[in-house]
Design a protein around this ligand. Structure first.
Ligand code: PBG
Ligand code: ZN
Length: 324
């Protein structure tokens, strides 16, 4: 007698009945770039991310009409301000671009779930995620106050969930405290807990013009070589009050997703980042892969590794085409 594994693979229905992992549209989050001011020549295509756009707040409201109809249920908003400065003032301005977009979107689509990325790098002229000290170092504790102000300004403008991506130490505790003190005890935090200093963020930095002007992010984002450090970061963020933890990037870190899943009981998100998106899109444009099949397989792999939520730029397209 030998093992007849093929017995369960013989027919579509049987395969469906014994399938272990499924993608669920309720667990997909679509990122959007919202840009301040400028001409209204329509959404601006992002060259490094074919199929993605920078929207003005009004253009985004318009685009969301179709997307919400297609089934996009949750959005992750990134802001691109019209001007940048050393302290990233646009990140926590009451009338900043994300804050403005939040009010407009909430007004029109009260049921759309709005998550905001909280960081300074899109707003600082030096492009780092925190303030810069006298010798060019990225200051930790001094940056916390500004990050908390950004988070609070998002909550006040209608954000349903806050997602800090800066990787400063202590920011989850600091932001949780600021939200609680101002009555936002019910606003969850999704922490970019395990965020590697990854080359896969390249296209995003082009989209948001947020590449650091000097140095790199290695003094605050994690070394991709490290696995145990991921467990320490996740533990710290949960301890500090994170409701959902995240591993980023997703595809290159499937092992880490699995380890974090097995070590903690908090809901786990994984971010299929801009570089992962660009790789698949570019290969498809060259006709080298079956794009739809590769997209679905990449997402299934992330899910099988243990992610509950997946942030992916493919969300809109998959839903629009009725594939989920
Ligand atoms: C901001 C931020 C980045 C991403 C999410 N939030 C850029 C970075 O850290 O350099 C990357 C997302 C992507 O590549 O799709 N800190
Ligand atoms: Zn940042």
């Amino acid at each position: 007698m030998f093992h007849r594994g093929r017995r369960l693979r013989g027919a579509p229905h049987l395969r469906a009945m014994t399938r272990e992992t499924r993608l669920d549209r309720a667990q997909l989050i679509m990122p959007y770039f919202v840009e301040e001011g400028g001409k209204s020549a329509g959404p601006a295509p992002i060259a490094a991310m074919p199929g993605q756009y920078r929207y003005s707040p009004d253009e985004l409201v318009k685009a969301l009409e179709q997307d919400a109809r297609d089934g996009v249920a949750a959005c992750l908003l990134f802001g691109i301000p019209s001007g940048k400065d050393p302290a990233g003032k646009g990140a926590y301005a009451r009338d900043g671009v994300v804050q403005t977009a939040l009010r407009k979107i909430k007004d029109k689509f009260p049921d759309l779930y709005l998550i905001t990325d909280v960081c300074l790098c899109e707003y600082t002229d030096h492009g780092h995620c925190g303030l810069i000290g006298a010798s060019g170092e990225v200051l930790n504790d001094e940056s916390l106050e500004l990050l908390a102000r950004a988070a609070l300004s998002h909550a006040e403008a209608g954000a349903d969930m806050i997602a800090p991506s800066d990787m400063m130490d202590g920011r989850i505790a600091f932001i949780r405290n600021a939200l609680d003190e101002n009555g936002f005890t019910s606003t969850p935090i999704m922490a970019y807990s395990v965020k590697y200093a990854s080359a896969y963020y390249g296209p995003f930095r082009e989209a948001a013009a947020s590449a650091p002007r000097f140095g790199d992010r290695k003094s605050y984002q994690m070394d991709p070589a490290n696995r145990l450090e991921a467990l320490r970061e996740a533990a710290a963020d949960i301890e500090e009050g994170a409701d959902i933890i995240m591993v980023k990037p997703a595809g290159p870190c499937l092992d880490v997703i699995r380890e974090v899943r097995d070590a903690f009981s908090a809901p786990l998100a994984a971010y299929q980042v801009s570089g992962e998106y660009a790789l698949i899109r570019s290969a498809a444009e060259l006709g080298r892969i079956d794009e739809t099949a590769v997209i679905l397989e990449s997402l299934l792999g992330i899910k099988r590794a243990g992610a509950d939520l997946i942030i992916t730029y493919f969300t809109r397209d998959l839903l629009h085409r009725g594939l989920l």
